[in-house]
Design a protein around this ligand. Structure first.
Ligand code: ADP
Ligand code: MG
Ligand code: ZN
Length: 483
C-alpha cells in the first residue's frame, strides 16, 4: 500500500577534522584517552584576554571536502559567534560560520538498492567542537556533572544536506557514501561510536505530490547507521499516524532512545534557541584565492564512486566485488597491488573480500595493515591457480601467513602441504577410497553422477585435502567405466 504521505529527509553531519592541533589554539586535536582537562590551554578554556588563531589546515581540509562534494567555494568567508549557554562551552559562544560559509551548493551521489540518488549539499562550513559532560548517573537526575574540555576547540566540519531524501533507507546510504568520501580524503576517521562523525536527521511528511515542505522534526542522538534508519522509520510511522488522524506534527527536536527504540520530545519550536549570531570580532575574514582552490582541486584523490567504477571496468569485477574492494582507498590499493604482483583479478578479489577480509575482521585490523602483504597473497593465489595447492589447503596456509607474515611457498614446503598430482600416490588413494565406498561406486556406475562427488570427497579426505581434485575425478572415471 502506498501512503498518501511522502517522507522528506535532510541530514546534518558533523565531522571532526584530522588535524594535528585544535581549531584556534595549539592543543592536540586527538584527545581520546587523555586525562580530563589535560588537553587544554587558556584559548580553548575560554579565559578572558586570549585570542584565537585560525588553523590553516582545518580550512584546507574543509575546502578539500567541499570540492569533493561538488560545492562552490566563495572568495569571501567569515566566522561568527553562535551564542548559547551550556557547561561544555566555556566561552558562552561557539565560533562557527553563519551567513558566509566556506562552501555552498554541492551534490552527493550514492546508490541505494541499486538506484542512483543525487542529494544536494546545502553547505560545508567550519566550526569548533564543545567539551564533554560526564553526568553522575542519568542526566535527568544526576546530582552533579563533570566537565572535560579536552575536546573543546577541536575542528569540526558541518555538512548540511538539502531535504532531498525521500525514504528512511536513503539516510544511512547517504551517510555511508559521505563517510566513505571523508575517509578517502583523509579528513575524518569515520568513527560514529566515538562521536568523531555525528549525524542529526530532519524529517517531515507532506501529501504525495505536494511541493511545499511540512513541519520538520530534528532527531538527535543516533550513533550508528542502524539507529538512524530505525529512528527515521519510527518518526515516519509516528508522523503518519498523527496526520492520518487529522492532527498536525509539532516542529520540535526529538532524541532517539536506543533502549526503547522510540524518539522522545526534547524541545519544541517555542523553546528553540535564539543564537544571536554576529561576526567574530577576534578573527579576520577569509579570502580564498582562486589559485588556492584550483591547487586543492587538482590535488583531490580519486573518489569512491570513481574507484568503484574503474575497478569494475579495468578488472572486470562484479558490482559487489568492486563495491567491497573500494570501501576504502587503502583496500583498493591493496587489491591493485595483488593484481600487479601477478594474481588474476577475479581470484584476487575473491580471496581479498572473502577469506582475507574474514581473518581481518576477526582480528579487528584492516586488510591493508595486515601481515599478509599483497605479494604474499598474490603468491598464494598463483599456487592455487597453477594447481600447486588445493583451495582448502590454501585457506589453511593463508591463516598461517596471516599469523606470521611468512611466504606461502615456505609454509607449504615446511608443512608438506603441496598438492598431490603424482599418479602413483593418487592411484593408491583412489583404490583405498573405492574399497571403502562400494555402494557409491556401484551407484555411479549405475548412472548416479552425484555419487562421483562423494567418491572425490572421500579421496580428498584420505589425502587430507592435498589431492588434486581434477586428477582424482579423472582417475575415478577411468576406474569405474559405465556400460
Ligand atoms: P535549522 O535552522 O533548524 O537547522 P535548516 O533549515 O537550516 O533548519 O535545515 C537544517 C536541516 O534540515 C537540513 O539538513 C535540511 O535539509 C533539513 N530540513 C529543512 N527543512 C526540512 C523539512 N521540512 N523536512 C525535512 N528536512 C528538512
Ligand atoms: Mg539544525
Ligand atoms: Zn587549547
Amino acid at each position: 500500500m502506498t501512503s498518501i504521505w511522502e517522507p522528506v529527509i535532510g541530514l546534518e553531519v558533523h565531522a571532526q577534522l584530522l588535524t594535528a592541533s585544535k581549531m584556534f589554539c595549539g592543543c592536540r586535536a586527538q584527545y581520546l584517552g587523555m586525562a580530563p582537562n589535560s588537553n587544554t590551554c587558556p584559548v580553548c578554556l575560554g579565559l578572558p584576554g586570549t585570542l584565537p588563531v585560525i588553523n590553516q589546515v582545518a580550512v584546507q581540509l574543509t575546502i578539500r571536502t567541499a570540492l569533493a562534494l561538488n560545492c562552490e567555494i566563495p572568495e569571501f568567508s567569515k566566522f561568527d559567534r553562535k551564542n548559547y549557554f551550556y557547561p561544555d562551552l566555556p566561552k558562552g559562544y561557539q565560533i562557527s560560520q553563519f551567513d558566509l560559509p566556506l562552501s555552498l551548493n554541492g551534490l552527493l551521489e550514492f546508490e541505494v538498492e541499486g538506484r542512483l540518488v543525487r542529494a544536494g549539499i546545502t553547505r560545508v562550513h567550519l566550526e569548533e567542537d564543545a567539551g564533554t559532560l560526564h553526568h553522575a548517573g542519568e542526566i535527568q537526575n544526576a546530582s552533579f556533572s563533570l566537565v572535560d574540555l579536552n575536546r573543546a576547540g577541536v575542528p569540526l566540519m558541518e555538512i548540511v544536506g538539502e531535504p532531498d531524501l525521500r525514504h528512511p533507507v536513503e539516510a544511512p546510504a547517504y551517510l555511508a557514501a559521505l563517510r566513505r568520501t571523508l575517509i578517502y580524503l583523509g579528513v575524518n576517521d569515520g568513527n560514529m561510536e566515538d562521536g568523531s562523525l555525528r549525524c542529526d536527521a530532519n524529517v517531515s511528511l507532506r501529501r504525495t505530490g505536494a511541493s511545499e515542505l511540512g513541519a520538520k522534526v530534528e532527531v538527535k542522538n543516533m550513533n550508528s547507521f542502524r539507529s538512524i534508519q530505525r529512528a527515521l522509520d519510527f518518526e515516519v510511522a509516528r508522523q503518519t499516524e498523527l496526520l492520518d488522524q487529522g492532527q498536525s506534527v509539532a516542529q520540535e527536536t526529538r532524541g532517539w532512545s536506543e533502549l526503547e527504540q522510540v524518539t522522545v520530545s526534547q524541545r519544541s519550536k517555542e523553546e528553540a534557541q535564539e543564537y544571536r549570531y554576529f561576526p567574530e570580532p577576534d578573527l579576520p575574514p577569509l579570502v580564498i584565492s582562486r589559485a588556492y582552490v584550483a591547487e586543492l582541486r587538482a590535488a583531490l584523490p580519486e573518489l569512491p564512486m570513481a574507484t568503484r567504477r574503474r575497478l569494475r571496468e579495468q578488472y572486470a569485477l562484479s558490482e559487489e566485488q568492486a563495491r567491497l574492494i573500494s570501501e576504502t582507498a587503502l583496500d583498493a590499493a591493496y587489491f591493485e597491488s595483488v593484481v600487479a604482483a601477478g594474481a588474476p583479478p577475479a581470484a584476487a578479489a575473491n580471496w581479498q573480500v572473502q577469506n582475507l577480509q574474514a581473518l581481518c575482521n576477526a582480528a579487528h585490523i584492516s586488510v591493508s595493515g595486515c601481515p599478509v602483504r599483497p605479494e604474499l597473497l598474490a603468491e598464494l593465489i598463483t599456487m592455487v591457480v597453477t594447481d600447486q595447492v588445493s583451495g582448502a589447503v590454501a585457506k589453511e596456509v593463508l591463516a598461517e601467513v596471516f599469523e606470521t607474515g611468512a611466504r606461502p611457498s615456505a609454509v607449504v614446503l615446511a608443512r608438506g602441504l603441496g598438492q598431490v598430482s603424482d599418479t602413483a600416490e593418487l592411484e593408491r588413494l583412489v583404490a583405498e577410497a573405492l574399497a571403502a565406498n562400494q555402494k557409491a561406486s556401484a551407484d555411479y556406475q549405475g548412472g548416479n553422477d552425484r555419487a562421483l562427488g562423494s567418491l572425490v570427497g572421500a579421496v580428498m579426505a584420505l589425502s587430507r585435502g592435498k589431492a588434486n581434485p581434477k586428477a582424482v575425478g579423472q582417475l575415478l572415471r577411468d576406474r569405474l567405466p559405465r556400460k
